[in-house]
Every structure is written in structure tokens, then in C-alpha cells.
Ligand binder design. Structure first.
Ligand SMILES: Nc1ncnc2c1ncn2[C@@H]1O[C@H](COP(=O)(O)OP(=O)(O)OP(=O)(O)O)[C@@H](O)[C@H]1O
Ligand SMILES: Nc1ncnc2c1ncn2[C@@H]1O[C@H](COP(=O)(O)OP(=O)(O)OP(=O)(O)O)[C@@H](O)[C@H]1O
Ligand SMILES: [Mg+2]
Ligand SMILES: [Mg+2]
Lengths: 258, 258
């Protein structure tokens, strides 16, 4: 079975891309077959894996039924990890499909091929920082949402909104099977009270849904993209890289439990 | 004259809201009359000033011509600072005005009253993390864009995109008078090489456009919103608060020079 997971949170800068790229790479390093889809017009996941941003290479064409997702898949420098890249043209899709029929299901339809083919163990979607049409398409197309969550006050505020939106997508019938892969605490700095307060707040509120592993704030993590590599290969022995490898194991366990 | 400044950057989490809230407050503390408009459906600027998020209180109604901006203005706890709050309903405006005529000029039209009345010395707009309709409306309605910029690699990537978009808005005639108030380096941590590299990169590329003041990473800054206050009143003696007060002076000087 293929596990398709959207990495999303409308709050900006909470480590969605860093999590999508490093989780995908860590799963590939564990011999899983992984496809990462960059759904953000900023294309940070694309450059984070050292791939050129080429006009016309994004999922835009597949969302407009001009080609299939399979046509857009590119290899990366990590064996077992493939990518559908992004580029700025993707920003135009929000207005282009806003008024059309079934505008929430464009991605779900485009992914039917790769879902059915059983070629991948995991498909990971990196979402932009908004609740616009691209993120809604991602939430309509998957069964699991992984929510990176900075240990900060504004991020806490956004969490309740996101949970309400997921509930609405479930109860309105847009995606009754949508659930949470989990909430991941990121950029955790144990020296600050604020981080401790936010973590205990989230664990009280969401319990088991919160991953045990927390990603520490680490400058190696933020350096890696400038070398076009995930931190799990750029600096494999560091705290951030180890935490993302632990995340891959914890996620595989959760997927096995169902 | 009223200076209207949009605080924007499509990259998420670069301190747009933190900058908009603290700059607005620091200007008010210098006896300027300031209006802050929260254009982000996340409504972080609203809660960062301790204001309740109330359905129907956002600028949405003014963008749909159902009322004026003046009807929506609320006082804050800081003398001289008023706010047009936000709430989640504002997220709907992207689809609602996407197909209508003049959809880029809705905000410019709505602000004509406050612009002409000379009631305010500064109007500050906090933008969401995207290049969608709300941010484009902000860039079509102002003469100055202030760009907060985290000292990180992904933020550097987004800067060239943003500069291209501003150029297009100018040359296409959407807003020929649009310019930069400046680029502000935020969450600066002098202990990391990455920060030093990014800062020297940006200063080489943009020279005078970059503000002299840099905002240091400081846990007091990220604690302040949980108390519903900007850091300039919550912890006025700290490095982050002082830096935002220096920013207010530097901006006033730039505006005086024209
Ligand atoms: N554990 C970490 N330690 C230090 N820096 C980190 C960590 N995780 C992410 N970062 C840095 O924080 C910034 C924000 O992360 P990232 O871009 O992945 O977030 P995002 O949620 O994808 O942002 P956006 O909302 O713009 O899509 C980046 O510059 C990244 O390098
Ligand atoms: N100088 C600073 N030192 C420490 N933390 C900071 C600083 N500036 C901002 N922060 C924190 O970083 C996070 C991101 O800042 P903020 O929310 O203002 O960015 P933003 O660009 O408005 O995000 P979004 O893209 O979601 O609108 C917040 O939790 C904020 O409290
Ligand atoms: Mg991202
Ligand atoms: Mg913000």
C-alpha cells in the first residue's frame, strides 16, 4: 500500500519544507520508495534537493489535465527518492482553477495513477503557507496530514484553525477519510520557557497525536539547503539529522499500526 | 502627508507580523498617528495587539463595498495606534474577488477615504505569506514595500522572486509608483556563519535599500504576543525592542528624505 501524506500548516515558517524534504530522504535511506511533490510555488523543496527550477516542470500542467503526474517525475541525488518539482508558474493555478468545477479534486484526480500503481511506499506533499486552493487540494487528496508546529505562540494560534478546517473537510464529505499522521514539534529550544509551555500545551490538547520525537533548533538544519541537500545527508551525525531519522521510524510504526 | 507601507514577503515566518506590530507601536510611541491593517486571515497582528478576533470585523466587508474602512477601525491599548482587525472570513476574499473586474484595486479603492483624510501619519499593512490576491492588492495600494528578511537561505531565494514581482507591477502600470521602503534583516544571530553570509549577500545585492538596523533573535520578542503586546511595550529595555525603536527612527528619516 502507498501512504500519501500532506505536510501542511497555514502558519508560515514552521519547517514544512524542511520536514517534507528530510522525512522523504530519511525514508528513502531506509530503502523505502518515495515520491516528494512540491506544491509550493516558492519551490523551496525543489532547491532544498539541489534541483533546478525549470519553467513548465511543476505539477501545474497535470492539475490542468495537460499531462500526467508520471510525466513530471524527476530523480534526485538520493537513491529511492523522486521529485515532482515546482516553479513560480504554479502560483497561477489558484486563480485558474478557482472557478472551475470540482476545483478541490484536481490533485486527487491527477494522483490516481501513482496511487494505483503501487510503485511508491510513500508520497509526501509539501504545502504552501496558506489555506488556499493548493493546500485544500492536498487535504482532499490524502488520508494523512502531518503538521509541523514551531514551539511559538503564533503557531499555537494557527493549530486550532487548522483542526477546524480538517474537521470541516471530513464532515462536509470533501474527504471523510482525512486524519492526522501527527503533529511534529519543530525548532525546539529547551533553554526557553516559551518552548516548554507551547510543547506542554500541545501535548495536553492533542495527546498521542503529537510525535514523541521533537526536532531541535540546529544551525546545520538551516545550512543544508544552501548546499542543495537535506540535513540527513549533509550532516548525518548532528542532532537535527538524527531527529528526522527518528521521525521516519516513528511514522513507519504509526503507518504499520494503521 | 500619510505614508502607507505594506510589510510583505511571500516567504513564511520571516517576521512580517512582528515587524508590522512593533514598527506601528514604536511610531505611535513617538507621537505619530498610526493605523495598522491586518490583511492576513491568520489574524496574528490582531492577537499580537491583544484584540479579539470577531467574525465580520475584518477588511473583507470593505473590499466587497459593504462598508468603509473607517467603519472597521478599532482602538488598541497603545495611544495613537488604531487597528483594522482580521479574522478567518477574510480567507474567502481570494476566491470572491478573483474573477471580478479590477480585482487588484479593491484595497486601493477602499483606502481612498483614509488616505485623503490626513488623519494618519502612517498606515501599515501586514500581509499574508503568499503572492495571492490580498498581497497583490496591498502592493497595488501603496508606494512603499518594507520587506522583512530572515537571515536564512530559503528567505534569500524568495527575495529575487519578490523583486521581480515588484518590477512587473511597476512596468505593467498596475502601480508605477511602487518602491521599497527597505529590506529589514530579522532574527539575526551573530553567532552563526549562515547569518553573516546572508547579510553580506543581501547588502552586496541591494546596498542602501537594506536598513542599517538589524533585529536580533530574542526570546522576549517571541514571548510578547502571548501577552497580547508588542515587545516595545512588553519588554522595552531588551535588544529586540530597542532595535524596533531604531527602525522607527530610520524609517522616519527615509520618509523625510523622500
Ligand atoms: N530544526 C531547525 N533548526 C534550525 N533552523 C530550521 C529548522 N527547521 C527549519 N529551519 C529553518 O527555518 C526556516 C523555515 O523553515 P521552512 O522554510 O522549512 O518552513 P516552511 O514552513 O516550509 O516555510 P513556508 O511557510 O515559507 O513554506 C528555514 O530557513 C529553515 O532552514
Ligand atoms: N527577532 C525575533 N526573535 C525571536 N523570535 C522572533 C523574532 N521575530 C519574530 N519571531 C518569532 O518568529 C515567528 C515568526 O514571526 P512572524 O509570525 O512575525 O512572521 P511572519 O512573517 O508574519 O509569519 P507568516 O508568514 O505566518 O505571516 C513568530 O513565532 C515570532 O514570534
Ligand atoms: Mg515551505
Ligand atoms: Mg504574519
Amino acid at each position: 500500500a502507498t501512504h500519501t501524506i500532506a505536510v501542511g500548516n497555514q502558519k508560515g515558517g514552521v519547517a514544512k519544507t524542511t520536514t517534507a524534504v528530510n522525512l522523504a530522504a530519511a525514508l528513502a535511506l531506509e530503502n523505502k520508495r518515495v515520491l516528494l511533490i512540491d506544491l509550493d510555488p516558492q519551490a523551496n523543496a525543489t532547491s532544498g534537493l539541489g534541483i533546478e527550477k525549470v519553467p513548465g516542470s511543476s505539477i501545474y500542467a497535470a492539475l490542468m489535465d495537460e499531462c500526467t503526474v508520471e510525466d513530471l517525475i524527476r530523480p534526485t541525488s538520493i537513491p529511492g527518492l523522486e521529485l515532482v518539482p515546482s516553479e513560480l508558474e504554479l502560483a497561477g493555478v489558484e486563480v485558474d482553477i478557482a472557478r472551475s468545477d470540482q476545483h478541490l479534486y484536481r490533485l486527487a484526480k491527477a494522483l490516481r495513477g501513482v496511487h494505483g500503481s503501487n510503485v511508491y511506499d510513500f508520497i509526501i506533499l509539501d504545502c504552501p503557507p496558506s489555506l488556499g486552493i493548493l493546500t485544500m487540494n492536498a487535504m482532499a487528496a490524502v488520508k494523512q496530514l502531518l503538521v509541523p508546529m514551531q514551539c511559538e505562540y503564533y503557531a499555537l494560534e494557527g493549530l486550532t484553525t487548522l483542526i477546524e478546517v480538517v474537521d470541516q473537510l471530513r464532515t462536509s464529505g470533501v474527504n471523510p477519510g482525512l486524519g492526522f499522521a501527527g503533529v511534529l514539534m519543530t525548532m525546539y529550544d529547551s533553554r526557553t520557557n516559551l518552548a516548554e509551555q507551547v510543547v506542554s500545551n500541545v501535548r495536553d490538547y492533542l495527546g498521542e497525536c503529537v510525535f514523541n520525537v521533537m526536532i531541535p533548533r540546529s544551525v546545520r538544519v538551516s545550512e543544508a539547503p544552501s548546499f542543495g541537500e537535506p540535513v540527513v545527508t549533509y550532516a548525518p551525525g548532528t542532532a537535527g539529522a538524527k531527529a528526522y531519522k527518528d521521525l521516519a521510524f516513528e511514522l513507519m510504526e504509526r503507518c504499520a499500526r494503521g
